[in-house]
Design a protein around this ligand. Structure first.
Ligand code: NAD
Length: 326
């Protein structure tokens, strides 16, 4: 009988990590999850779940106590635009995430894991290529000369480089993806760390038909959003391949923030007006460029943004109803 593969998922209490644990379990892995917290919205499916702080090297040593076949390093101090772009959390974001990566890359090298996946971000791309909402440039090779618009992006870039240095100097088998706005059920939907799709689903769910919702900025900035199941498929394909990355995992279906709000209203079957207010915005335009991943792995999202929103809205609508009734 083939030996059961073992995976370690760091950040398994978070949005992508908790979904990834489910996928790895379906694929037959033995899974250990680690996080500061348990998943918020459903019971973890990990075989073993360790509550621990990955900034502490002793915790990292204890959880990476064996040569796991695969390690997924998703833990990071992050949030939506309200958290990352306000500037108020810059030192924590940089310190906390860098500590986690410094510890994990080192222990995984010492223990001799099979492969380690690192989740970087579209936030590493230079601001200068994202000023025009209609023509953002986010091909992988446009990352340098580097000029991310947030300290979160700078930390991601530093850590990408660190994982690649361990590959060069120690032969650590790394895989690196740059995620572009992942969304779906069981993601943060309130509290300031939620991303645009979840924020609009919540706002639309909270208001009765004919009412009004608020939006930061003029809504003309553009983005693309990727549904969680598509992201997991991209991660697994990358890890199973010989391709190292860094590579974009995102959608090329670019939409304005006004367009996104309209789409959520359509799905919810509500007609609301939008009041534009001041708030943190980020770059003017951003879209995934999937040429590299498509060429190397034959991967691109299988479904439209609207299909993803149609799966996410009912879940957030239910959360809103639950919180109103509690
Ligand atoms: P998330 O915040 O839901 O998950 C991150 C998890 O890391 C959280 O559960 C958090 O508790 C945990 N964590 C933070 N500090 C920790 C510590 N010191 N010790 C142990 N655990 C700690 O975020 P997510 O959306 O699931 O993102 C996962 C990864 O993907 C992150 O690295 C993020 O930067 C990256 N990413 C996500 C997106 C996106 O759209 N969701 C986009 C680009 C990159």
């Amino acid at each position: 009988m083939e030996k059961q593969k073992k995976a370690l998922v760091c950040g398994a209490g978070g949005f992508i990590g908790s979904h990834l644990v489910k996928k790895l379990k379906k694929e037959g892995f033995w899974v250990r999850g680690v996080d500061l917290k348990y998943p918020e919205f459903s019971e973890t499916q990990a075989d073993d779940f360790v509550i621990g702080d990955l900034r502490d090297p002793v915790v990292c040593k204890n959880i990476a106590d064996q040569p796991f076949n695969e390690v997924y390093q998703l833990a990071a101090d992050m949030g939506g635009a309200g958290y990352i772009f306000s500037g108020e959390h810059d030192s924590e974001v940089m310190h906390n995430s860098a500590m986690i990566n410094l510890n994990m890359v080192d222990i995984c090298t010492k223990v001799g894991v099979g492969k380690i996946f690192y989740s970087s971000s579209a936030c590493i791309y230079p601001e200068r290529n994202q000023m025009d909402p209609d023509n953002p440039r986010c091909s992988e090779d446009s990352a340098y000369p580097a000029a991310p618009d947030s300290e979160y992006g700078w930390e991601k870039l530093f850590s990408e480089r660190m994982y690649l240095a361990y590959l060069r100097n120690h032969g650590l088998k790394v895989r690196i993806a740059r995620f572009h706005n992942i969304f779906g059920p069981e993601g943060t939907w309130q509290g300031g760390r939620e991303k645009a799709p979840a924020a609009f689903c919540r706002k639309v769910a909270e208001v009765v038909d004919g009412g009004e919702i608020e939006m930061w900025g003029d809504g003309k900035q553009t983005r693309s959003f990727l549904y969680i199941d598509e992201c997991l498929e991209g991660i697994r394909r990358l890890v199973d391949s010989e391709f190292i990355g860094p590579v974009n995992i995102g959608s090329e279906e670019m939409i304005s923030i006004n367009g996104l709000a309209e789409m959520v209203m359509e799905v919810a079957d509500k007609k609301l007006s939008i009041r534009h207010i001041e708030g943190p915005l980020g770059v003017r335009g951003r879209n995934s460029d999937n040429r590299l991943i498509n060429g190397k792995l034959g991967w691109k999202p299988a479904r439209s943004l609207k299909e993803g929103i149609a799966k996410t809205y009912p879940w957030i609508d239910q959360q809103v109803k639950n919180s109103q009734n509690s």
